[in-house]
Design a protein around this ligand. Structure first.
Ligand SMILES: [Ca+2]
Ligand SMILES: [Ca+2]
Ligand SMILES: [Ca+2]
Length: 206
């Protein structure tokens, strides 16, 4: 009988012990779930932040409607025609300027802007000094050509000719591209008063 009593006491100690441990585990489990919930909440926050940053960096490089983006610049080909100065003024009113061609890639991009042959003003002129071609940002053409790898001359054969002395053409001080056919050797000088389309360029922005 005594033995049976002692066994029962022993049992209840074991049960108490187990209950305590179980309680302990439950506590731990609930604190772990709390931590997990916290981590998940953090993760959701971080994911949201990342999405925000990503959308910002995508937004950073966009072009207005009707403009085409190439390497962080936006390009516009006018549908109207007019003199070189008229084209330049229109570009400036759009927060841009006539294109300055800095690389072979840009030259190719502009040359293939349209499928049909298009004559458009570019930001290159020898108005200041006959025969000294300068980009509208003041860079001499020769400097640009040194930077360009591979073929560096985009003038058509026998151009620029300043009109070739034929009074029909007059003085030719403004450059245009004949895009849509050749990607190289497609520049010509024309009278700045000729009526052509024009290419504008500006930095891509927010
Ligand atoms: Ca450019
Ligand atoms: Ca000239
Ligand atoms: Ca010419």
């Amino acid at each position: 009988m005594e033995k049976l009593q002692s066994l029962s006491v022993h049992n209840s100690v074991v049960i108490n012990n187990l209950t305590e441990r179980l309680q302990d585990s439950n506590n731990k489990l609930s604190s772990m779930s709390e931590e997990r919930d916290l981590l998940l909440a953090n993760l959701t926050e971080i994911t949201k932040e990342m999405e925000k940053l990503q959308s910002l960096s995508v937004q950073k490089y966009t072009c207005p409607a009707g403009w085409r983006m190439f390497r962080c610049s936006c390009y516009f080909l006018s549908s109207e025609s007019g003199s070189w100065s008229r084209g330049r003024q229109d570009c400036r009113e759009k927060g841009a300027d006539l294109v300055v061609i800095d690389s072979t890639k840009e030259q190719t991009f502009l040359s293939t802007f349209t499928d049909e042959e298009t004559w458009s003003w570019i930001g290159l002129t020898d108005k200041d000094k006959e025969g000294t071609w300068k980009w509208i940002d003041g860079t001499p053409l020769t400097l640009r050509q040194c930077e360009v790898t591979g073929s560096s001359r985009y003038w058509e054969t026998n151009q620029p000719d300043n009109g070739g002395g034929d009074p029909k053409w007059g003085e030719e001080d403004c450059a245009h591209m004949r895009s849509g056919k050749k990607t190289e050797d497609n520049w010509n000088d024309r009278s700045c008063d000729a009526s052509l389309r024009w290419f504008c360029e500006k930095n891509a922005g927010v």
